[in-house]
Design a protein around this ligand. Structure first.
Ligand SMILES: Nc1ncnc2c1ncn2[C@@H]1O[C@H](COP(=O)(O)OP(=O)(O)O)[C@@H](O)[C@H]1O
Ligand SMILES: [Mg+2]
Length: 479
């Protein structure tokens, strides 16, 4: 050992530390090592083994002072005294144990004075690798589950009504499916906005990637940002350790469907605009940005232009989103689609509900079809689907007649006939209630449905907001 350049403190240790203490010191080190260590001298006698070596190989310390070859005839370590070559990763297996060994000569002044063997247990490694395999399988299962959860179901072919008012929308959808440009879909509730979003995704080259729907109106606005963009480790109290991936990241390489975008808060709209421009997101509480390739399809039942005027929606975001816009007309404006929709629904409702003894082919009485084609369908295709599901359950035979439809929608129809045929006159109270109900609906249509708009509607009706809510509940008005 060259001591010339050592600091005083360490030099003293070497010169003043008694030799036997130094040996104890080295022994203690070897004993505290987490790998098994066995040392032989130049004649092949075992000079040292540490407890970990016993633990891993089962060889006990009473071997010390004995010739290794006598104990373990197959041992390779003594060969090293001769050939001076290291062995790395030698695999050993006994009944109960499995381990790998590295071996090396100990050389001083070019003389082999012994050899050292260092071993690692494989049982532990095995256990870990088994565990890892199990975790990997679980991860795969979860991934498959997530993939199937986030798959778009519909295709453009399944959109009924291509000969009617949807022709234009379907045509545009086909043309733009493979572009990366954002799409804005507008239309009343139940017109098929989500259906279109799914079909566009499935028509695009992203179809095997995730389709992630997000209802911006259903997630409290304080949470929406971290839901969309995720958050970093320790972003806030109660935040999950290691952070959380956001929906945008989940949609990477696929499509994110931002439903009810008109309800997104003004602040968050600015952040969304940045994502659209930069194609990067930043998790809440993190500074670094992550690049993403996500197609954005947004939808709303609101009049965004109106919201822009009222400064509830950012103009810059509106123009950015509105590059490609699909307007889905309400069902009452495409009555020519109604019969096609009904027949397609009857076919699928037999499959879906698998009603026992349900007829193969339903027919619809002329009167019923006329009624359904005349009805206004405020809930659009969604309402039509519910009515048809209900009617096919109620029909006793193969024919769906008007009395099989929900009373809610036929009430007026029957009233009309009854008052004509059997002169059943509505009581004054009923007539007043009906007028009141219709008047409230008309007013809400004029003002809108969010809280501020309802306040204004109540004011215009000359009643308090609480009274308005009571009446909405009493008349079952869903607005
Ligand atoms: N053109 C259509 N052809 C077939 N089914 C439709 C059509 N439009 C809507 N639907 C059905 O109506 C229901 C409501 O559609 P959805 O896309 O959720 O409407 P929105 O998102 O506009 O509220 C869904 O069950 C959908 O499958
Ligand atoms: Mg919807």
């Amino acid at each position: 050992m060259e001591v010339k350049f050592m600091p005083e403190r360490i030099k003293n240790q070497y010169t003043e530390f008694p030799l036997e203490n130094q040996i104890e010191w080295w022994k203690a080190i070897v004993h505290s090592i987490n790998d098994g260590v066995l040392v032989i001298d130049h004649e092949g006698f075992v000079r040292l083994i540490n407890p970990e070596y016993t633990q891993i190989t089962g060889v006990t310390p009473n071997i010390v002072g004995k010739k290794l070859r006598e104990y373990r005839p197959g041992a390779q370590l003594p060969e090293i005294l001769i050939d001076r070559k290291c062995r790395v990763g030698v695999y050993r297996k006994t009944d109960k144990r499995e381990y790998i060994v590295d071996m090396a000569p100990i050389i001083i002044n070019d003389k082999v004075i012994g050899a050292v063997s260092v071993c690692k247990s494989l049982t532990e490694v095995h256990k870990l690798s088994l565990e890892l395999k199990k975790k990997g399988e679980k991860l795969n299962q979860l991934k498959n589950k997530i993939d199937s959860l986030y798959q778009a179901k519909y295709t453009l072919n399944q959109i009924i009504g291509r000969n009617g008012g949807l022709k234009e929308a379907v045509y545009v959808a086909e043309r733009v499916a493979n572009s990366i440009l954002p799409i804005l879909i507008t239309g009343e509730s139940g017109t098929g906005k989500e259906l279109f979003a799914q079909a566009i995704h499935n028509e695009s080259s992203r179809k095997n990637q995730p389709f992630i729907p997000v209802n911006c109106a259903a997630i409290p606005s304080a949470l929406l940002e971290s839901e969309l963009f995720g958050y970093g480790d320790g972003a806030f109290t109660n935040a999950k350790k290691g952070g959380k991936i956001g929906l945008f990241e989940m949609a990477n390489n696929g499509t994110i469907f931002l439903d009810e975008i008109g309800d997104m808060s003004y602040d968050l709209q600015a952040k969304l605009l940045r994502v659209l421009q930069e194609r990067k997101i930043r998790r809440v509480g993190e500074t670094n940005e992550r690049s993403l390739d996500v197609r954005i399809i947004a939808a709303t039942h609101r009049d965004l232009q109106q919201l822009v005027k009222k400064t509830h929606f950012r103009e810059d975001l509106f123009y950015r989103l509105n590059v490609i816009s699909l307007q889905i007309p309400p069902l009452r404006e495409r009555k020519e689609d109604i019969s096609d929709l009904i027949y397609s629904m009857l076919r699928s409702s037999q499959l879906n509900l698998s009603i026992e003894n349900s007829p193969n082919e339903y027919t619809i009485s002329r009167e019923t079809m006329n009624f359904l084609e005349e009805y206004e369908w405020p809930g659009n295709v969604r309402e039509l689907k519910n009515v048809i599901d209900y009617a096919s359950c109620m029909a006793e035979g193969t024919e769906i007649r008007i009395e099989h439809l929900p009373q809610r929608i036929t009430k007026k129809h029957f009233n009309m006939y009854e008052s004509k045929d059997s002169s059943t006159i509505q009581s004054l109270k009923e007539a007043m209630e009906e007028t009141e109900r219709n008047f409230i609906i008309d007013t809400l249509k004029r003002f809108g449905s969010d809280i501020e708009e309802k306040k204004k509607a109540a004011k215009s009706l000359g009643i308090s907001l609480a009274t308005l809510y009571n009446k909405l509940k009493r008349y079952k008005i869903d607005f």
